[in-house]
Design a protein around this ligand. Structure first.
Ligand code: ADP
Ligand code: ASP
Ligand code: MG
Length: 418
């Protein structure tokens, strides 16, 4: 039997009526002749609530217990959906991560897949089961402890199962009917894309478009999984939604295909650090050790204190997620106290956001950056840091201008029109 993977996100299983709605969609696919593997998220809001309980109980919590608590939301929806399918006469059962088993590393809170053996689920399909409802976002470590994959991880569970079972497709059911040129919550001019290249989706996801977890797109690209994003609230057929696929399967080609944003960024500047070989390693080593995810980095031109003084110094700016600023600040102060380097002051700006334009067409087009900067200038938005790669340009700006900037760039690159 061909295998289909269907994933339902938090809003798509938010209550019993929506679980029933998901069950009906699964029923149609079973009727088409598929063995179906369904991946479920926790009911929307549940994971946040569980994390809140953990953090209130213990500030410096044991990550293994965090995972034990936080993974439980998915167990509830997996069981409820299996029950609903049974009531509808469809042979189904739920699977928690350890039962499959979904083997992961022991990096609690951000575990990675090691292997997903097919045998147990294949055996159940052989016995007449039509649907395996698998709890997303979780797995089991080599030590036998429950692990989780990081926020939004059920998308990655879905793609990993599609790869492991050679599924015909991996359908991600969510609260929007596909991938848009930008978040439809920011502008109603956002346009649904019929297709998007893996590489572009990867950039959009990693730059903040949370419609798919970044890691899920990486896996889909590596294993050539046909990945589709579609709405669980609408009637859908095989042409619905957005297909994430190879570049050569896409006819429509624009220079820029999407705008992404990330609201919760911070910018830190070490003022007057000495400029000498090894200074970057001395700064970014301790940040990495402290688990700070540094994103953009800018080093200013070197200056001398005075014409007679040979000691050069510079300013070093970097960005990181806003909830890591305290950790980053402590890492820098500790490094200075330990004599790794000196600086005059550490300036922290926690009110910044990152806005990015993405498109594979940029590879062969000049002038994209100039157009982006001009359209931000026209709105009087000041750019604080710039970073580019082959297919994206990102800027850090004041957070209060984020929505304005996204809208301006969406207009400037004509994304509303197909
Ligand atoms: P789920 O709970 O189903 O996993 P998410 O909330 O994680 O759903 O992702 C869906 C949301 O992603 C949408 O409601 C939308 O606001 C947001 N989003 C951000 N960027 C985009 C985009 N480019 N296209 C579609 N949705 C986007
Ligand atoms: N429930 C988890 C989260 O909210 C995983 C997911 O929904 O993908 O992050
Ligand atoms: Mg999600």
């Amino acid at each position: 039997m061909p295998v289909l993977v269907m994933k339902f996100g938090g809003t798509s299983v938010a209550d019993l009526a929506r679980i029933e709605n998901a069950a009906k969609k699964i029923q149609s696919e079973v009727a088409r002749g598929y063995d179906v593997i369904v991946i479920v998220s926790a009911m929307s809001g549940k994971t946040n609530e569980l994390i809140g309980w953990v953090e209130t109980t213990s500030k410096l919590y044991d990550a293994r217990e965090y995972d034990a608590v936080v993974a439980s939301g998915e167990n509830v929806t997996a069981g409820l959906l299996a029950l609903r399918l049974q009531v509808m006469g469809i042979p189904a059962r739920s699977w928690q991560g350890w039962q499959v088993p979904i083997n992961t590393t022991s990096a609690h809170g951000s575990a990675r897949f090691v292997a997903i053996p097919r045998a147990n689920i294949v055996q159940k399909f052989g016995e007449g089961f039509k649907v395996a409802v698998v709890a997303g976002f979780q797995g089991v470590s080599p030590e036998g402890r429950i692990t989780t994959l990081g926020r939004g991880g059920s998308d990655t569970t879905a793609v990993a199962f599609a790869a492991a079972f050679d599924a015909e497709r991996c359908d991600i059911y969510t609260d929007v009917d596909g991938v848009y040129t930008t978040d439809p919550r920011i502008t109603d001019k956002a346009r649904k894309l019929d297709r998007i290249a893996y590489e572009e989706m990867l950039e959009l996801a990693s730059l903040g478009a949370k419609v798919l977890q970044t890691r899920s797109v990486e896996l889909a690209m590596r294993y050539k999984v046909r990945l589709r994003v579609l709405s669980s609230f609408e009637d859908t057929d095989e042409n619905s939604g957005t297909l994430v696929c190879d570049e050569d399967e896409i006819m429509e080609s624009k220079v820029v295909s999407g705008v992404a944003y990330s609201r919760d960024e911070a910018k830190m500047t070490l003022v007057k650090v000495e400029d000498r070989p090894g200074i970057a390693a001395a700064i970014f080593g301790p940040l990495a050790d402290a688990g700070v995810n540094v994103d953009m980095i800018v080093q200013n031109i070197s200056e001398l204190d005075s014409p007679t003084d040979k000691r050069a110094h510079t300013d070093m700016t970097f960005s990181c997620p806003v909830n890591q600023t305290a950790r980053a600040q402590k890492a820098m102060e500790d490094a200075r106290a330990a004599g790794l380097f000196t600086y005059a002051s550490l300036v922290v700006d926690t009110d910044v956001a990152k806005v990015s334009v993405v498109g594979i067409g940029m590879r062969s087009h000049a002038g994209v950056a100039a157009k982006m900067f001009a359209s931000l200038a026209a709105e009087n938005v000041n750019i604080k840091v710039i970073a580019t790669s082959e297919i994206k340009i990102s800027v850090l700006i004041d957070r209060k201008y984020m929505e304005l900037a996204v809208q301006a760039l969406h207009d400037a690159f004509d994304l509303e029109k197909a």
